[in-house]
Design a protein around this ligand. Structure first.
Ligand code: NDP
Length: 240
């Protein structure tokens, strides 16, 4: 039986590449999105996944969506918490709303979705959860106290939840991407991006597919001994 995977923010950028890679490997994929109908339809037509619109920062909406996905595709075996947003600004300019929105989507979304699939994974004795963190959660980044805090939180969340799932064959890992050529990075001013590229030892931005291949490995049966870890896929920009 094909395993069922939910990819939050799975219709654009890194998430779309993850959805496509999982589909190719034989998973049934539910790709979530927040509101960009055009790109969601384009994604569904192009790669053939099912798409589900809901806000990962809204717990009741996540509960409802996981219920619908389970009824339509089957119980959720794999969760990829990929949905993320930026609302950048220095501390001086950052409003409380910018802080809260980023924490609620990027970090709160991971809790909401994991909570909704957790009991089922425990009952069935199998689960794979991959949380998409960021190099900026590992190293910090000027103008991103909200984003860096949320992403850094993801790494702690991953290690704690991994300990709870281990005996039930549920692995929980994180991937910390470096700079990847998606819409999110296209929003960075050209001169800033040039400076960033100069700091990447491999000399280029990453591709979404390079993150997706990491996810594919982490969710495989063969990766059952790998839990609580962070895979850094960043072209050598940050090593530790
Ligand atoms: P994009 O901005 O290209 O895509 C974001 C996706 O998340 C879209 O599908 C979007 O839906 C969805 N989304 C946003 N907010 C919500 C929400 N509240 N509820 C549900 N879905 C939501 O992002 P990237 O592909 O660049 O990034 C993917 C992940 O990787 C993020 O977590 C990001 O922080 C992380 N990352 C990205 C890096 C990069 O260089 N690109 C570097 C390091 C980490 P919609 O289309 O409807 O808006």
């Amino acid at each position: 039986m094909a395993r069922v995977a939910v990819v939050t923010g799975g219709t654009r950028g890194i998430g779309k590449a993850i959805s496509a890679e999982l589909l190719k490997a034989g998973y049934k994929v539910a790709a979530n999105y927040a509101g960009n109908e055009e790109r969601a339809k384009q994604c569904a037509d192009e790669i053939g996944c099912s798409v589900y619109k809901f806000d990962v920062s809204d717990y009741a909406a996540c509960e409802d969506a996981v219920g619908r996905i389970s009824a339509e595709l089957g119980p959720v075996d794999v969760l990829v918490n990929n949905a993320g947003i930026t609302r950048d600004g220095t501390m001086k300019r950052m409003s409380h709303e910018m802080w809260k929105e980023v924490i609620d989507v990027n970090l709160g979304g991971c809790f909401n979705m994991a909570k909704c699939v957790w009991d089922g994974m425990n009952e069935r004795g199998f689960g794979r959860i991959v949380n998409i963190g960021s190099i900026n959660g590992q190293a910090g980044q000027y103008g991103q106290v909200n984003y860096a805090a949320a992403k850094s939180g993801i790494h702690g969340f991953t290690k704690a939840l991994a300990q709870e799932g281990a005996r039930k064959n549920i692995t929980v890992n994180a991937i910390a991407p470096g700079y990847i050529d998606t819409d999110m990075v296209a929003a960075v001013p050209e001169d800033v991006l040039e400076k960033i590229k100069q700091r990447i030892p491999v000399g280029r931005l990453g591709h979404a597919e390079e993150i997706a291949r990491g996810v594919l490995f982490l969710v495989s049966d063969e990766a059952g001994f790998l839990t609580g870890s962070t895979m850094s896929i960043n072209g050598g920009q940050h090593m530790y």
